[in-house]
Design a protein around this ligand. Sequence first.
Ligand code: AMP
Length: 280
Amino acid sequence: MKPKLLRTLAALRRETARWRAHGLNYAVVPTMGAIHSGHTELVTQGLKRADRVITTIFVNPKQFAAHEDLGKYPRDEAGDVAKLGKAGCHAIFLPSPGEMYPHGFATTVSLSGPARAGLEDKFRPHFFDGVATVVAKLFIQTGADYAMFGEKDYQQLKVVTRMAKDLDIPIQVVGIPTVREEDGLAKSSRNVYLSQDERQQALAIYRYLMNAADRIRSGTNPQTAARAAARKLASLGFKVDYVAARNAETLAIPKDSGEPLRLIAAAWAGKTRLIDNIPV
Ligand code: AMP
């Protein structure tokens, strides 16, 4: 199927109004493009819940700091359209920065709760405000029934779920398990930055998260297990931003034994920042 390409808010509104007029419901899959099978899995899961799926592709300048990779973030519109079409996506919204942030734009969604858990927010301080602002706009602009997000970006999933609830945006945020390469590396648009050696090294993040989860299940204190995984990764040459065991819902530091836990990590392999997480 060839998805319909929509570049303006007016075109988006016309298409979604047509769907509504036909009594169809629809899911939105927000992305920054460089589509891989993690993203197409979100489309597949969207199609299971809704009659139509719209993917958005927007490399959001508001979620990148000046020193981050906005300029070199991988972009491949033709490839993305082909992959999304093959996955069964009906429409793609590809707004320009000017369409999303017209002259005079002056509003930012400001967050607390899971957005201030001391994980990604500690290392990328304006990341979630930028994400929440664009995601709130995309939720409102599309008026979708469902929003498909990957567990790969676990803190982001919790942040946008909270934000939609707090702002009374009538959309159901659905979290989808991380799609991995055969050897376990979480699929990511940023994996293309990895050299061959770094690609091998990168596997260790998932491996040591699994190892820490096993240790916690057999009685090791979660913080002790997380710290050991961080030390191990550092000894392998990673610059570790964090490895943390957190409450799987609130992302708070766990208090009781028995609460649901998530192990979450971010580490640099060379110049590439990788994130991953798993349930315990
Ligand atoms: P991105 O454009 O890569 O920042 O992410 C767009 C959406 O795809 C987000 O909801 C991500 O969590 C999700 N995503 C990215 N990689 C994966 C993956 N390996 N498995 C599942 N979802 C993913």
